[in-house]
Design a protein around this ligand. Structure first.
Ligand SMILES: C[S@@+](CC[C@H](N)C(=O)[O-])C[C@H]1O[C@@H](n2cnc3c(N)ncnc32)[C@H](O)[C@@H]1O
Length: 376
């Protein structure tokens, strides 16, 4: 599947440097504007000078009516500290200007945090835009502060920032997705984060979905992410643009959130009638198998096994989630069918004669992860 090898690389080799495009961020966050007013937003896996999450909130700081924007970055990010010549005073306060008694920041990459509580026309050009944010970061005291540690989202100082924040919005490292979500839940935070749809199959994540603690956002699909120069070239899902920037494509990207969104209250339109021939019953669970979300029958009220993509259209008022993946025997759901099972209308006698022959041809199918759901 498109982009899956990039996901595996990320998990296996801890290749976490995938930078999100502004267009992907905008097309999702436009649906949450009502939630942002008067709130403190934290982007805790985001170098402010690189992250489009930071850019999005800084650019829209006033129109969204934000109270505060905080961003922290991680020490090992290959971009951190590279593009900026900054200085620090004895208290660790950063500045881009060589202030009296300021020391140049050492060669090692140093993680920092940015806090913004207002964005005004800093450079006096008559409008408020990103240039003002950059001016603000470069010139305003206390906007940019060196972190004590490495900027790990699990560190004590980052957790202190997490506690201050109302909504956490970012694309966290894929390799730490479980821990990342667990921490948000532990601190009872609202969030909108990018992940891979396969994460719904994790034993730590699925129960949260089933209990309606978190759900999927608006956009799902395959998307391109900028990657560092050091990432190897690949035959597929890889490109280098005219500026020499490397890109990798990730498959099954989606958004995870616990903020209420309109989409979650829209009923899926169902039109296919149920028939036992087209919807076989599992051998190890009293439920029918549905191969595609669009094929969920409109007139069936028992339990149905549907693909995980169902979750991108899941409305908890229309369906309930009953179980995941396993049958009553604790094994993956399976169903059996015979090659002639579509021709049940032939005369009963002839049908019996053929029964044995069909039995010998019976095939067992184990569909890819199924979520067991029921209409409400
Ligand atoms: C998938 S990238 C996304 C970067 C940025 N949020 C964006 O969307 O463009 C994940 C980022 O998390 C950073 N990271 C990795 N481990 C981390 C950790 N333990 N704590 C905080 N950030 C981490 C990586 O350095 C990387 O920049």
């Amino acid at each position: 599947m498109a982009g899956n090898s990039n996901l595996h690389d990320s998990a296996r080799n801890k290749q976490d440097e995938f930078y999100t495009q502004l267009s992907l961020i905008e097309s999702e966050l436009k649906h949450y504007k009502v939630h942002f007013k008067g709130k403190t937003i934290l982007c805790n896996c985001d170098d402010p000078f690189e992250s489009n999450f930071f850019k999005y909130f800084a650019m829209n700081f006033n129109s969204l009516g934000l109270k505060k924007l905080i961003a922290t970055c991680y020490a090992t990010s290959p971009i951190t500290g590279k593009e900026l010549d900054f200085f620090q005073d004895a208290k660790g306060q950063l500045s881009f200007l060589p202030l009296p008694n300021a020391l140049p920041v050492d060669e090692k990459r140093r993680p920092y945090r940015v806090e913004i509580t207002e964005v005004t026309d800093e450079n006096g050009d008559g409008r408020v835009d990103l240039a003002d944010v950059e001016y603000l970061l470069r010139n305003k005291k206390n906007a940019l502060t060196l972190l004590d540690g490495d900027g790990d989202f699990r560190s004590a100082e980052c957790i202190e920032l997490l506690k201050q924040a109302d909504i956490i919005v970012t694309n966290p490292p894929f390799s730490l997705f479980r821990e990342y979500i667990a921490q948000l839940i532990e601190y009872n935070k609202a969030f909108i984060v990018i992940g891979n749809m396969n994460a719904v199959t994790y034993k730590e994540i699925f129960p949260l979905i089933a209990q309606n603690v978190l759900w999927l956002g608006y956009n799902c699909g395959h998307f391109w992410f900028k990657v560092p120069e050091t990432y190897e070239e690949k035959k597929t899902d890889f490109k280098i643009d005219e500026s020499g920037q490397k890109w990798r494509r990730m498959g099954n990207i989606c958004w995870f959130t616990n903020l209420d969104i309109e989409k979650r209250h829209e009923n899926m339109v169902l039109f296919r009638p149920y028939s036992p021939e087209e919807y076989p019953t599992y051998d190890n669970y009293d439920a029918i198998n549905v191969n595609r979300t669009v094929d969920i029958p409109c007139d069936y009220y028992g339990v149905m096994g549907v693909p995980i993509t169902f979750l991108s259209q899941y409305n908890p008022d229309q369906f309930e989630i009953v179980a995941f993946r396993k049958g009553n025997d604790g094994k993956d759901l399976v169903y059996s069918f015979s090659d002639s099972s579509h021709f049940f209308n032939v005369e009963r006698e002839r049908e019996r004669e053929r029964e044995r022959e069909r039995e010998s041809k019976r095939r067992t199918v184990q569909p890819y992860f199924r979520i067991l759901i029921r209409r409400k």
